[in-house]
Ligand binder design. Structure first.
Ligand code: HEM
Length: 154
């Protein structure tokens, strides 16, 4: 009986030690310990943003009204195979306004940034609500600017 208790206590001790080690040294499966550094680059163009799509680069960024959000934590949504993967590395503004993730709502990479001027009031409202959602959930890592030659206000 005593032996059983000692064995039980020993097992408990080992489990506790292993657990403590795991927590303090970092869980290798946790994204917190990912060796991927935070992006410090503050300015993106549609072309430089494109690679942050979870495939060409492990981070996932999307632009909403010319602000770039790091949505890597939402990789289940935006990562490869996710329902909104079309948004990864792209300006998602029009898609969020129209509530569509169809590729047709994405501005081609070589074209000027969508000025969204034609949006209807309800669409603008939808976009603003999404913008708030992103502000509450994700970190801004930069701003979106025209490719190549800088336009007037940029
Ligand atoms: C069949 C229709 C749809 C269903 C059932 C659906 C379902 C969902 C669910 C369950 C969530 C998670 C909510 C949460 O955890 O807070 C979500 C989030 C989201 N959905 Fe949809 N959705 C649909 C259509 C769409 C469409 C058309 C868009 C296009 C703009 C869209 C964009 C998003 C976005 C951007 C998020 C937020 C993800 C995040 O927090 O990063 N969804 N959706």
């Amino acid at each position: 009986m005593i032996t059983q208790i000692i064995v039980f206590l020993l097992i408990l001790y080992f489990v506790k030690t292993i657990y403590t080690e795991f927590v303090s040294n970092g869980n290798p499966f946790s994204s917190k310990n990912s060796p991927i550094e935070s992006i410090v680059e503050g300015k993106f163009t549609p072309k430089t943003l494109q690679k942050y799509n979870g495939k060409d680069h492990p981070k996932i960024f999307i632009a909403v009204k010319n602000r770039v959000f790091d949505v890597s934590q939402g990789s289940a949504f935006y990562g490869p195979g996710g329902p909104y993967e079309n948004f990864a590395g792209r300006d998602a503004s029009r898609g969020l306004a129209l509530n569509s993730f169809d590729p047709s709502v994405l501005t081609p990479i070589n074209e000027p940034i969508d000025d969204l001027k034609d949006l209807k009031d309800l669409e603008k409202e939808s976009l603003e609500q999404w913008e708030e959602h992103f502000e509450n959930r994700y970190k801004v890592v930069g701003t979106l600017h025209e490719n190549g030659a800088v336009k007037d206000e940029n």
